[in-house]
Design a protein around this ligand. Structure first.
Ligand SMILES: [Zn+2]
Length: 200
């Protein structure tokens, strides 16, 4: 039997986790295609209750402008919440084709780095949550267990919640998150990934 190419293996993993949900399967397939089939999905068998994650490495993409150079990695734990966990991470990635920007951060210490990550993560959750609920999932399944958070982080999350109405549309999202990062003295650069992609 011919060996299944790496790209197809990733698609199979995504579809296996998406289960019978038509919308989750469609989201997985369309993102896999959008990212030029270079969407890597890892499913570690250890630490199954650790948080899921996604990672985008944009440096190579910024040089080539090829969407296949975005180097996207998902880590989805094999637990009870795996389907909604996958959809959650995919909705982070789906902000790219929807035209939302990403932020490059420069930080000298871990605390600032983590704070910036927390700000961006929470800001992204605002436009994602509507789609998640439209898929028919309960809001209580949107987030997995996370934390513990410092008082400073919790204050920040409250601030982000206060910005919600400005986070639904890409241009005002970029302005709101960019000014908030600046207010917290976090050095950053806005990258409009969808606008940077070279035509195929
Ligand atoms: Zn998230």
């Amino acid at each position: 039997m011919p060996e299944v190419p790496f790209e197809e293996q990733n698609l199979s993993s995504l579809l296996e986790i998406a289960g019978h949900s038509f919308k989750a399967r469609l989201l997985a397939c369309s993102l896999w295609e959008f990212f030029d089939r270079k969407l890597v999905c890892r499913r570690p068998s250890v630490d199954i209750d650790h948080p899921n994650s996604f990672h985008i490495e944009i440096e190579k993409f910024l040089r080539s402008k090829n969407v296949g150079d975005l180097q996207l990695h998902l880590v989805i734990r094999r637990n009870r919440r795996q389907e909604t966990g996958l959809v959650h991470e995919l909705l982070h990635l789906n902000l790219i084709p929807l035209g939302f920007p990403t932020f490059r951060i420069w930080a000298d210490d871990d605390e600032t780095w983590n704070l910036a990550g927390g700000i961006i993560n929470n800001a992204e959750h605002v436009p994602m949550l509507r789609t998640f609920i439209s898929f028919g999932y309960p809001e209580s399944e949107f987030l997995g267990p996370s934390g513990p958070y410092s008082v400073r982080e919790l204050d920040t999350f409250d601030d982000i919640a206060g910005l919600s109405s400005r986070l639904i549309e890409p241009a005002s999202y970029a302005l709101a998150v960019g000014s908030y990062l600046a207010k917290r003295s976090i050095r950053h650069e806005i990258v409009w990934i969808a606008k940077t992609v070279a035509p195929r």
